[in-house]
Design a protein around this ligand. Structure first.
Ligand code: ADP
Length: 248
């Protein structure tokens, strides 16, 4: 029987900063169309892990394989983005002076000439793609507003829409619901679940209520490696995880 390989493998990855092991033989597998929540106390290595996946940090040792045969440790950041890995940081980077629609338009993968893409915005294929993305990120009714006038939550969705415009296979998101209202938080969980029907999503998250709402497999990092992995209930009742979180 043939087995479809997973989308992303980290195998025995270590990263050392000035003698300090930020990642210590970390291994992780993300399947196609899987959403995974990454938790762990401050300093556990969550950011470093994301940096390794996106090529911002080179591991000292270990393998990072993506989408079959791409060895990410040998590809630069731009090349990795091109392969289909998008990353959303906590602070949204949208163009405040442009409309919501034009932000999406600028992000569309097919056109590498920003000015040309603005002029072409009425061509129907692109328009349909923009409509689809605006609908998906719940901003259809706000398309003509300046991005700078959106709420904090709406800006986060716009940035997710801009990342989706690049058609990533894997989306990395850092605390997507931070600073959101309860309703926006619930909508964000829905949005991420929708995205994960066709793409893989890795969410670094501190808010356990949000992690519970996502309802996905959880990986708890500690001192640069995996401490526990599985459903949230199992991970959060794991004795070692409890010890780490209580700081004993
Ligand atoms: P987390 O995101 O889980 O809070 P990080 O990956 O940011 O953890 O950090 C893991 C450890 O590595 C921390 O102790 C941090 O101080 C250290 N670290 C991270 N980046 C650097 C760096 N560029 N130089 C030195 N130490 C770093």
């Amino acid at each position: 029987a043939s087995v479809t390989p997973a989308l992303l493998y980290l195998d025995d990855v270590s990263v050392t900063f000035d003698g300090f092991r930020a990642l210590n033989s970390l291994s992780l597998v993300i399947e196609h169309a899987e959403m995974r929540a990454i938790i762990g106390p401050n300093g556990a290595g969550k950011t470093t892990m994301m940096d390794v996946i996106t090529g911002k940090t080179r591991p000292d040792t270990g393998e990072v394989m993506f989408d079959g045969h791409h060895d990410l440790t040998r590809i630069d950041e731009a090349g990795i983005a091109e392969l289909g890995i998008g990353r959303k940081f906590q602070t949204p980077t949208v163009f405040d002076m442009l409309t919501v629609e034009d932000n999406i338009l600028l992000a569309l993968k097919s056109d590498r000439r920003p000015l040309a893409s603005l002029l072409e915005k009425l061509t129907s294929a692109r328009k349909e793609r923009v409509d689809e993305l605006l609908e998906r990120v719940r901003l259809k009714d706000h398309r003509h507003r300046k991005a700078g006038n959106l709420s904090h939550g709406q800006k986060q969705w716009l940035e997710i829409g801009m990342l989706l415009a690049q058609e990533p296979k894997l989306l990395l998101v850092d605390e997507p619901a931070a600073g959101m209202t309860d309703q926006e938080t619930a909508d964000t969980a829905d949005l991420l679940r929708e995205i994960a029907q066709t793409r893989s999503v890795v969410v670094v998250e501190h808010d356990m209520v949000f992690v519970r709402d996502l309802g996905v497999k959880v990986t708890c990092l500690h001192e640069g490696s995996v401490l526990a992995e599985g459903p949230l209930d199992a991970v959060s009742s794991n004795e070692r995880v409890i010890e780490v979180y209580l700081g004993r």
